[in-house]
Each structure stands twice: as C-alpha cells, then as structure tokens.
Design a protein around this ligand. Structure first.
Ligand SMILES: Cc1ncc(COP(=O)(O)O)c(C=O)c1O
Length: 374
C-alpha cells in the first residue's frame, strides 16, 4: 500500500513531511452528525431527516430554471432580494433579517459572532443533534439541560442554568426530536429571567406544523420589540419543501444581524436558491396542503406506534419520537428491514419523519417484526 510518506521526496525533506497539520484541539472530540439507519432492502420511506416528501411546485421549478440561466453572475449581496421579500412578508425592516445557506449555517455564524471561546451555550437535551456540534465548533461549551419527563423543554431549569459564563441559549419549538412545544407565556417567563446580554435563539424550524388552536402556536415576531436579545431562526427546508436548496434565515435586532453578517460570506445564498425561496413565499395554498397532509400522516403514525404499546409524546411537527431506550437500535433495524429509513439515537429512541402516504401501516408491520423476530 502506498502511504503519503512513500510519496515524500528523497532529498531530505521527508522528515518535514511527517509533520501533520492539527486541527484546533477541541475539533477531534466534536460529536458526529448521525445518518439514517439503512437496511439491505431499498428505501421506500425516507423518514430520517424531517424533509418534506412533497416536491417543490412547478412555479418554483420554473423560477429556479430562469435563475440558473444567469448563474455566471454572483447572487445578490447578503441575499438582498430574499431579505426584501421576507421583510415584506413578515412586516419587519430588512435590517432585521439575515439569510444563509440553511438555518443551521445562520446559527453557526451567530455562534461565531456571539459565543466566546470557553463560554457556555445552554440548550435543552435531547434537542436538535447539531447544536452541540455547532457550539463545540466555535470553541464554546455545550450545556445540555435534560427535558422534563414528558419530553418538553424544562424552561425553569434552562433559566437556572444561565450564569455569568453563558453567552447564548438555544430553545427549539417544536423540539426536534420530541415534537413537543411550549407556550408563549412560558417563553415570556423565561425571557424575563435571562439577562439582556445573553442571546436567546428560538429555533422555529417546524413552527408551521403546530395546530393554530394550541398555545404552542404563537406569533413570536412581536416579542422582538420587547426582547432585543431574542433571535428567531427559521428555515425553508421543512414546510417550504426546499431542503435541497439550503435556505434559512433569522430575524433579530439589527445590531445582532449586523454582527452576524460580518462573519458570513457576502453571498450566502445561491441565485437559484433565492429564486426558489422568494417564489415559495407567496404559495400559501401549497403550504397549507402540505401541513394538512403532514397532520393526517402524523395521526396515522402516532396511532400505529401507540397500538404497539409504545408511549409517544404527541407531536406538533413533521416527525414522531419513539422513546424506546435500549430498544432503539432494534427498532431502527426493523424499520430499515421494512424499507423505512429512520434516525436512531442509541439508548434513547428513534425519530421517524412523517408525510409519505402508507407510512403508518408500514411502521406497524415493522414494529410487529421487532417484537416477534423470526
Ligand atoms: C430544529 C432544527 N433546526 C435547524 C435545522 C436545520 O435546518 P436547515 O436545513 O435550514 O439548515 C433542522 C434540520 O433538521 C432542525 O431540525
């Protein structure tokens, strides 16, 4: 086998070639973002990444094709045309919005701008698995606060975990992967306890899937006037069905936006992605239909799982959490064997994304197989 050492020149510089670049000392210990559990059979249900199973509309596809034709040019600086469209849709100033290549990328840059090396970032746990990676990647300390027994954020404990060393808090509503929500009243109580110098991120990736009649469904935008340390994080990857384009944004005080933009690329979103996002913003009927189908599917999936005796928290998102503990890997393997790709968190549970017709009955069969292996 040829190694890189064999390729070193024979003129005495070989010793130098043995010295390897080393990443920052904390990088090798960062958690790894997990992937879908796959089996030997082809995937029928892609239920591992909380994507929309529905294709973008024809209007979006046409807008993308047109934008692609002009791809010899850079897109708008700071995604200006998308920022303007969002500002109009949300009735906020353009200075209050920053867009990026996915909401995770926007969060990464917010952390880069506000989380000090060795300082703390507090978040619920279990929550979105990328948080500890993103926090660790900027050299900050991830402080995970266990969820309540009912899988909801423990907002009192989260507030109590904020200390002088804390730069940011990340809340996720609905929470990934548990699907649970908290009310506006609980959020306000929380914000009132947190010092104004601490950035509070409210990750609303799944906000559109919450039933409007529930306290977990509220308009968070007006809170920005009262709490200049609040940051709303949103995405086009879920209900907007544009995960492959990578577009997300945040809404916050203009000073927070300016600081975050200063550590971002000047062209954070591609022209086709901007065209897709801008077009999709006006497709209210299309989104309503997706939400309707997701709600039908999640009821079927929850019922199928509960019928097998697994206690699932009621979900308010486009995924269902099975807190099966030690059975997680066996359940994920049984799903994979049935052509359902799910996300497994060993020792804790399995998350299954909903939306595809027929998922409930397929899952029911898979769980029966897991209980009664041949
Ligand atoms: C809670 C949460 N936030 C953010 C993201 C990232 O979304 P995006 O595709 O916009 O980067 C996800 C993706 O699964 C998520 O679950």
């Amino acid at each position: 086998m040829t190694t890189t050492d064999d390729l070193a020149p024979a003129d005495g510089t070989a010793a130098r070639s043995k010295t390897r670049p080393s990443p920052r000392h904390y990088v090798p210990d960062l958690p790894i973002y997990s992937s879908a559990t796959l089996g030997e059979v082809p995937i029928v249900f892609r239920a591992s990444s909380n994507e929309s199973p529905f294709e973008p509309s024809d209007a979006v596809k046409a807008a993308v094709a047109e934008a692609t034709a002009g791809s010899n040019r850079y897109p708008a600086l700071h995604g200006a045309s998308l920022v303007d469209a969002l500002a109009e849709a949300l009735a906020v100033r353009p200075e209050a919005i920053a867009v990026g290549d996915g909401s995770l990328s926007v969060l990464n840059h917010l952390l880069l701008a506000f989380a000090g090396t060795g300082k703390k970032v507090v978040h619920a746990w279990r929550s979105y698995e990328a948080y500890p990676i993103s926090i660790g990647a900027v050299g900050a300390l991830s402080v995970g606060v266990p969820n309540l027994q009912n899988h909801q954020h423990d907002l009192d404990a989260l507030a109590a975990a904020v200390d002088d060393e804390t730069d940011l808090v990340i809340l996720c509503n609905p929470n990934n992967p548990t699907g649970t929500v908290f009310s506006e009243r609980k959020l306000v109580e929380f914000l009132d306890q947190v010092p104004g110098r601490v950035v509070v991120v409210l990750d609303e990736a799944y906000r559109e899937f919450v039933d409007e009649a529930l306290p977990g469904s509220f308009d968070s935008l007006p809170l920005l006037d009262r709490y200049p340390n609040l940051v709303l994080l949103r995405t086009f990857s879920k209900v907007f069905s544009l995960a492959g384009f990578r577009v997300g944004y945040m809404v916050a005080h203009p000073d927070v936006i300016a600081a975050t933009r200063s550590v971002m690329s000047p062209f954070p979103v591609s022209a086709p992605a901007i065209a897709a996002a801008v077009t999709s913003l006006s497709e209210d009927d299309y989104r309503r239909e997706i939400v309707r189908r997701v709600k039908v599917s999640r009821e079927e999936v929850m019922a199928a799982i509960r019928a097998r005796g697994i206690l699932v928290p009621t979900t308010h998102a486009n995924f269902v959490w099975m807190p099966v503990g030690d059975r997680a890997e066996a359940v994920a393997d049984a799903c994979a064997a049935a052509g359902i790709a799910v996300r497994c968190f060993p020792g804790e549970g399995v998350r299954v994304s909903v939306g595809q017709p027929g998922l409930g009955s397929a899952l029911s069969r898979a769980l029966t197989t897991e209980e009664n292996p041949r």
